[in-house]
Design a protein around this ligand. Structure first.
Ligand code: NI
Length: 250
């Protein structure tokens, strides 16, 4: 299986090597600011089964400098950097700086257009604005994923039309979550990739504990239940989807 979105660092996990060894599949780890990029790149160089996406998160919108974007750009030709992200809009965090968030988002989509890098989108309470910007700014053929997708079926269909996939994570296993279950039941599995967003959003039955990439199997299991196909089928199809989405070389 491929965990297409997680965060790994020594600061998050004291037992980082153990956490990495627990995961038998591929991990795509995400750097969300310039400070994280170096450690993320080092991990991709140390482990064959780790790839990275790098980006400047909307929470940095008030503080980023042009030099940060230059620094980010300097890693985009690294062979294990497979995308730009997580980037996007977060109006839950704050609505005060919408224009700054949009500006940072657009600048990084433009970088993705130039370097042909898959987009990993963080979007909270901002789906309409995120969709409009993606539709307008992103090159049509450029691929991307709505990390931790949380919209409804109609919104998902619109995103799929503009070449976006849906990242399905631990929220799917939560008892009260209904909309995402409908999305997974209704839409073609070709549009889904698995993710954990570790250390956050731990799936049932471990909700409340610190998440880790190996838990991606609980997300896959829920998809197999909802779509009434075997766990092996979910693993094979979502792995092929992730491979296509990020042009992974295996
Ligand atoms: Ni994340």
């Amino acid at each position: 299986m491929v965990d297409t979105h997680c965060h790994l660092s020594k600061e998050i996990y004291e037992n980082l090597d153990e956490i990495i060894n627990n995961m038998k599949g591929i991990m795509i780890i995400s750097a969300t600011n310039t400070k994280e990029i170096k450690e993320v790149i080092e991990l991709t160089e140390k482990y064959d089964n780790i790839y990275a996406t790098i980006g400047i998160h909307p929470e940095e919108a008030d503080n980023y400098k042009e030099a940060d974007l230059k620094y980010l750009e300097s890693f985009l030709n690294h062979p294990k950097v497979v995308g730009i992200g997580e980037i996007g809009l977060d109006y839950h965090y704050t609505k005060e700086n919408k224009e700054k968030q949009k500006e940072l988002f657009i600048k990084q989509i433009n970088l993705a257009n130039i370097y042909h890098k898959t987009l990993v989108i963080h979007c909270r309470e901002a789906l309409e604005d995120a969709y409009n910007i993606l539709k307008e700014v992103k090159n049509k053929e450029l691929k991307g994923v709505m990390h931790c997708y949380s919209g409804n079926i109609d919104e998902a269909k619109k995103l799929i039309e503009i070449n976006m996939s849906l990242g399905i994570g631990g929220v799917l296993t939560f008892k009260n979550e209904k909309t995402l279950k409908e999305v997974v039941k209704t839409l073609d599995i070709e549009n889904f990739v698995l993710e954990t967003d570790s250390p956050y959003l731990t799936p049932e039955p471990f909700r409340g504990k610190k998440n880790e990439p190996a838990n991606v199997k609980y997300v896959a299991n829920k998809i197999s239940e909802l779509k009434n196909i075997t766990l092996d089928e979910v693993a094979n199809i979502t792995t092929a989807n992730a491979k296509r989405l990020f042009d992974l070389p295996f």
